[in-house]
Structures are given as C-alpha cells and as structure tokens.
Design a protein around this ligand. Structure first.
Ligand code: HXC
Length: 256
C-alpha cells in the first residue's frame, strides 16, 4: 500500500507514495503500519536526505478508513491504542514535503499538516469532515490548524467540515505553492533537490529550530535558536561552508 522510489538529481530523495487507489488512499491500519515502517527506514538510511510524500492524481488520502473505524468500540481505540503509530510522520527529522493532488480529507489533511512544506496540485481538496460522521479530527487537526492559521479559520474548518480548494488552502497558509496537477510531484522533487544540496546536519538543525517555534514562548525559542546556531560552530560543515564562500568555490559537505 506504500511505494518507495529513490529519485532526485543526486538520488538522495525518497518519494513515498500512498498506494491504495481503489479506496482513494483511505488510511487503514495496514497502510499506516507500512507508512510508519517506510518513514522510519528512510529516516535511518543516510543515503536519503529529503522525503516527498504524495498520493495519486485523484487522492492524497480521503481520510481514515471509515469502514474499518465503523466497527470499533471505545476499548479498541483506547485500550488497544488503535492509532498508536499514526503520527510517526511528525517525529521524522529529515525534511518532508507533501505533494497533494486530489482529496486530502480528515487524516489526509492532517498528514499534510505534519509535513514541513506543502505543495498542492490545482485539483487539491482539503478539509476536516470528521464532524459530519460524528467524530473529531484525531491526528492533530484541532491543534495544528489554530497554530498554523488562527482560531476563527480552525473553528470554521473543524466545525463545518467544509472543503478548501488549493487556492483556499494557500490563502490560509497551509500550502506554499500550487502547480498543475501533472507537474506537482516533479516540482516537489525539484524543491527536495534544492534542500538536499545543503548539509544534512545543518538541514536537520534548521528543521529542529523552526519546529521549536510551535512548542515554546518567543524568548525560549530565541534561546533555542541561539544555542543551535552556536552549535553549528562545532561542525566541520559550518567551517567548510564559510571557507568555501571565502575561496569562491562550492562547499563539499562531510555531514559532520
Ligand atoms: C473508507 C473510503 C473513504 C474513507 C473513500 N472511500 N473515502 N473508504 N474510508 N475515508 C472509498 C469509497 O467507499 C469508495 O469505495 C471508493 O473509496 C471511492 O470513493 P467514492 O465515494 O465513490 O468517490 P467520490 O464519489 O469521488 O467521493 C470522494 C470523497 C468521498 C468525497 C472523498 O469518498 C468521501 O467523502 N470520503 C470520506 C471522506 C471523509 O469523511 N474523511 C474523513 C474520515 S475520518 P467503493 O468500495 O464503494 O468503491 C478521519 C479521522 C482521522 O480521517 C483521525 C485518525 C486518528
């Protein structure tokens, strides 16, 4: 239900595709287990620098599998922790770019919210329709929307289940760029290549620092940033980057 393809100019981009087309990539337990395993495999393989997460042209993911969930009782989801590894994506330290074509509803939107950069195809549709089936977002929708946008937008999205077009999603700040559907994945890989050219060590440090902005007060965040900035002076890649600039040549990253 998941495909992993090595791509990019330097063959260091992992293209991970959700592949359950008959159900519009609905997130069933098996798909999420495979996604979690694939993400961890890529995270621990130093030959991959950046991840692009996508679906197909019709659907990124139409949400958690409603038919699978319909049978569950409270004890299944609480005691057996049914959704226990569904947030692996939010713990990945390599940059993750979402390339969203088609439906990204419920858990599909929430997967996009866990990514670092979201590119959308012109036909992308986002939304949190859980309210329409008697439940609420469970993969971060009620928490990330208000942090990434504002209370009014988050409430409207989660209380109505209304859908957002790619343009709406760009206006509220979820999506950074929109591309024609068929070009989307190659544009995401071009972006991945641009990021993958930098030192993986420093890329990881940037991601860590930006993410701390969502967890801290401004003063704590500025302190974390300062410490991380100072820590780059303990790396060979920082030395190489500045030396290469002074010597008017491109840097050669050692990754340490
Ligand atoms: C199970 C789904 C599904 C889903 C689509 N399918 N979405 N199956 N769970 N979330 C299946 C359909 O049953 C159908 O299977 C096939 O995919 C094609 O879907 P259609 O409905 O026929 O397609 P279309 O008419 O184009 O409508 C597309 C759609 C609609 C608007 C996306 O399928 C839809 O509303 N899906 C549900 C969206 C949703 O409510 N998502 C939130 C889920 S809750 P058959 O076998 O009939 O051909 C959630 C909570 C996350 O995500 C929290 C987790 C912790």
């Amino acid at each position: 239900m998941i495909t992993l393809t090595r791509t990019g100019a330097a063959e260091n981009v992992a293209l991970i595709a959700l592949n359950r087309p008959n159900a519009l990539n609905a997130l069933c337990r098996q798909l999420m287990q495979e996604l979690s395993e694939t993400l961890l495999k890529v995270e621990h393989d130093s030959s991959y620098n950046v991840i692009v997460l996508t679906g197909n042209e019709k659907a990124f993911a139409a949400g958690a599998d409603i038919k699978e969930m319909a049978k569950l009782e409270f004890a299944d989801v609480f005691q057996n922790d049914f959704f226990n590894n569904w947030d692996t994506l939010s713990h990945i330290t390599k940059p993750v770019i979402a390339a969203v074509n088609g439906f990204a509803l419920g858990g599909g939107t929430e997967l996009a919210l866990m990514c670092d950069i979201v590119y959308a195809g012109e036909n992308a549709v986002f939304g949190q329709p859980e309210i329409n089936i008697g439940t609420i977002p469970g993969l971060g929708g009620t928490q990330r929307w208000p942090r990434f946008t504002n209370k009014s937008i988050a409430m409207e999205i989660c209380l109505t289940g209304d859908r957002l077009t790619a343009q709406n999603a760009k206006e509220v700040g979820l999506v950074s760029k929109i591309f024609p559907t068929q070009q989307l994945v190659s544009e995401a890989v071009i972006l991945a290549d641009k990021i993958a050219k930098n030192s993986p060590l420093i890329v990881k440090t940037v991601k860590n620092s930006v993410n701390s902005a969502y967890e801290t007060s401004l003063n704590q965040g500025l302190q974390i940033e300062k410490q991380l900035f100072q820590s780059t002076f303990a790396t060979n890649d920082r030395k190489e980057g500045m030396t290469a600039f002074a010597e008017k040549r491109g840097p050669k990253w050692a990754g340490n």
